[in-house]
Structure formats: structure tokens, C-alpha cells
Design a protein around this ligand. Sequence first.
Ligand SMILES: *[C@@H]1O[C@H](CO)[C@@H](O)[C@H](O)[C@H]1NC(C)=O
Ligand SMILES: *[C@@H]1O[C@H](CO)[C@@H](O)[C@H](O)[C@H]1NC(C)=O
Ligand SMILES: *[C@@H]1O[C@H](CO)[C@@H](O)[C@H](O)[C@H]1NC(C)=O
Ligand SMILES: *[C@@H]1O[C@H](CO)[C@@H](O)[C@H](O)[C@H]1NC(C)=O
Ligand SMILES: *[C@@H]1O[C@H](CO)[C@@H](O)[C@H](O)[C@H]1NC(C)=O
Ligand SMILES: *[C@@H]1O[C@H](CO)[C@@H](O)[C@H](O)[C@H]1NC(C)=O
Ligand SMILES: *[C@@H]1O[C@H](CO)[C@@H](O)[C@H](O)[C@H]1NC(C)=O
Length: 284
Amino acid sequence: MPTLTAWSKLTELSLRLALSSFLLSSLAWAADLPPDDCLPRHCGNGVNVSYPFWLDGFQHSHCGFPSFKLTCRADFPVVRIFEDDYHVRNIFYRNQSFLVSNVGLSSSTCYVPRDNLSITATPFSIVPAQSSLFFLLDCEPNSQPPGYVPINCRNGSKGLSFVGRDQVNASACKSVISFPIVGLGDDGLEKYNDALDILKPGFLLRWRAVNCSECLESGGRCRYDAKQSRFSCLCSDRSHAVSCKGLVLMFLLSYLFYVKNFQTVARWSPHVWNLSAHTDSKSL
Ligand SMILES: *[C@@H]1O[C@H](CO)[C@@H](O)[C@H](O)[C@H]1NC(C)=O
Ligand SMILES: *[C@@H]1O[C@H](CO)[C@@H](O)[C@H](O)[C@H]1NC(C)=O
Ligand SMILES: *[C@@H]1O[C@H](CO)[C@@H](O)[C@H](O)[C@H]1NC(C)=O
Ligand SMILES: *[C@@H]1O[C@H](CO)[C@@H](O)[C@H](O)[C@H]1NC(C)=O
Ligand SMILES: *[C@@H]1O[C@H](CO)[C@@H](O)[C@H](O)[C@H]1NC(C)=O
Ligand SMILES: *[C@@H]1O[C@H](CO)[C@@H](O)[C@H](O)[C@H]1NC(C)=O
Ligand SMILES: *[C@@H]1O[C@H](CO)[C@@H](O)[C@H](O)[C@H]1NC(C)=O
């Protein structure tokens, strides 16, 4: 070990100080997050609600995105999608999809969708690989297409209604509504006692939202920033756009800055250069 001048000792000291303050502050900041105010909550039926969803009345609105607001209705979380309410039966956070069924199915004895599912202005999309059902409403007598079953509870002055799975020429009916449905086997629909039982399994929607994993893995918490209408990753120092990694990067850069300055110095002083190599292999 070469003898060190007082000057290079000072430089070594400042490097060590920089390193230890980097380590210390990373530790301190990691421990600095307040208690989590967005822990998963549920309405009683077991579906745990967390980012990007949030449960109105139980969680702060910054816990998720506005279109992912769920409301408890008799033990079930309910999502509103373009003027219609759907029970959220399950949420698959891993593959960003969730299973819903029309609220009307449990509140009305003869529920038929009022309109085609409209999700164009939402962050949701229909999971492909599902079946479609076609509701033929208010049809003329003797217009039942092959493979369709009558919706008897809807008999009335306006005509007859049917449900089936193949798109048919429905010129004999006043309207056609199409709806996705999960897990409909290949068999016909005749096995259903009540044609509307077919709707009960619901359908799967996929969602688009900033993937929370990167923020979580960096030690942060996923939040919605209402002021800027965007995702934010809550870290111990402040909110970041994607993850807390920017924080670590900042420290890394400042560390590299120190090393670089150090090497500039080293060109004049071989002692210091060797100190640098020594310090590097020991501290890192
Ligand atoms: C919901 O979260 C609680 C607590 O973490 C857990 O015990 C429960 O099994 C979860 N329920 C479901 C349906 O995943
Ligand atoms: C989210 O990101 C993680 C890692 O960045 C990845 O493993 C995971 O598949 C992503 N999830 C989705 C649904 O894209
Ligand atoms: C997501 O996972 C669940 C459970 O494993 C599965 O039932 C569902 O079909 C999956 N969703 C998509 C879009 O693949
Ligand atoms: C509805 O109309 C069909 C055909 O006319 C009839 O067979 C069926 O019994 C009716 N159902 C009810 C509930 O009135
Ligand atoms: C549907 O059926 C009606 C009456 O049977 C017929 O006039 C019409 O051309 C058909 N439309 C199509 C697109 O086949
Ligand atoms: C619903 O969608 C089907 C095709 O998927 C279309 O034929 C029908 O006209 C639509 N109904 C309404 C009410 O827009
Ligand atoms: C650094 O020290 C080693 C021995 O530890 C020596 O061989 C080498 O020449 C020194 N480098 C400089 C630039 O003085």
C-alpha cells in the first residue's frame, strides 16, 4: 500500500462518505413508506379488490383508476360499464382479466340485455375465445330459427323472443342483441330449463392499465394520480411515473460521477488510482 498524501486521504474519505450515505439513505428511504392505505378490500363475497380496481366507500379513489371503481351491492362488487351494472364475480390479477355478469340477472326474473355490450370508451376488451349469444327480440309468430330456444318469460304483445348461438337472418324480429358468454359448451341450448340460465356464467373482460409489478418490485405502491390523470408509483421519497428504480438510478449516477472524478484525479496521482481500485473491490 503506497503512502497517501493528506490530499488523497481526503479524497478517499469523501468517496467513502458518498458510498455510505448512498447505502444509508437507500435503507432509510425504503423504510419510510407510511402504512398502506390501499390494502385489498372486499364486499363479503371473497373477491379481493385492489389496483387497478378500488372499492368505493372502502378505499380511497387514489387506490385505482376511475373506470375501475367498484361499488358494493349486497355482498358483491359491481362495476358500471356504459350505463349498465355488472357483478364482478372474479378478478384474475395475474392475466389482467375479470369475470362479470349482468346485475339484472339476479334482480329481474326475465332479464334480457337491453343493448349490445358497449365497451369502446372503456379500458376493457372482450376476451376472444368466448361464445356469442344472439337475442332475437319481439319477433313475428313462427319465426323461431333452428337451434334457437324461446325466452318464454318475455312472451307478450310485442311478439316472441329467442336466444341462440349462430348469427341468423333476423328480419322477422324488431331487434338483435349480441352478448359474449364464457364456457358455453358445444351442445345445443335446449338443455337449459330457462333460456336465461345461459347468461348466468357471465363473460370475461380483459383490462388495460399500467402493469403494477414493476412498481411493486421496486418497493413502491401503485396509485392513481387524479391531478395528472395518470398512474403513479408511490415511493418513499415521492411519486414516480413508473417505478422507484429512478431513485436507485439517480444514486448510481451520482456514484459513477464520483468514480469518474476520482479517475480524473488518478491521472495525476498514481497512488490515488491504486486506492480507487482497492476501494472498489473492497466496498462493492
Ligand atoms: C382475499 O385476501 C385475504 C387476505 O389476504 C385472503 O385470506 C383470501 O383468501 C383472499 N380471497 C380470495 C378469494 O382470494
Ligand atoms: C407485468 O410485468 C411483469 C414484469 O414486468 C410481467 O412478468 C407480467 O407478465 C406483466 N403482466 C402482464 C399482465 O402484462
Ligand atoms: C385468466 O386466468 C383465469 C384463471 O386461471 C382463467 O380462468 C381466465 O380464462 C384467464 N383469462 C384469460 C384472458 O386468459
Ligand atoms: C310463450 O309462447 C309460446 C309460443 O306461443 C308458448 O309455447 C309458451 O307457453 C308461452 N310461454 C308463456 C310463459 O306464456
Ligand atoms: C332475410 O329473410 C327475409 C325474409 O325471409 C328476406 O326477404 C331477406 O332477403 C333475408 N335477408 C338476408 C340478408 O338474407
Ligand atoms: C348488435 O350487434 C349485432 C351484430 O353483432 C347487430 O346485428 C345488431 O344490429 C346490434 N344491435 C343493436 C341494437 O345495435
Ligand atoms: C498499483 O499498485 C500495483 C501494486 O499493488 C502496482 O503494480 C501498479 O503499478 C500500481 N499502479 C499505478 C498506476 O501506480
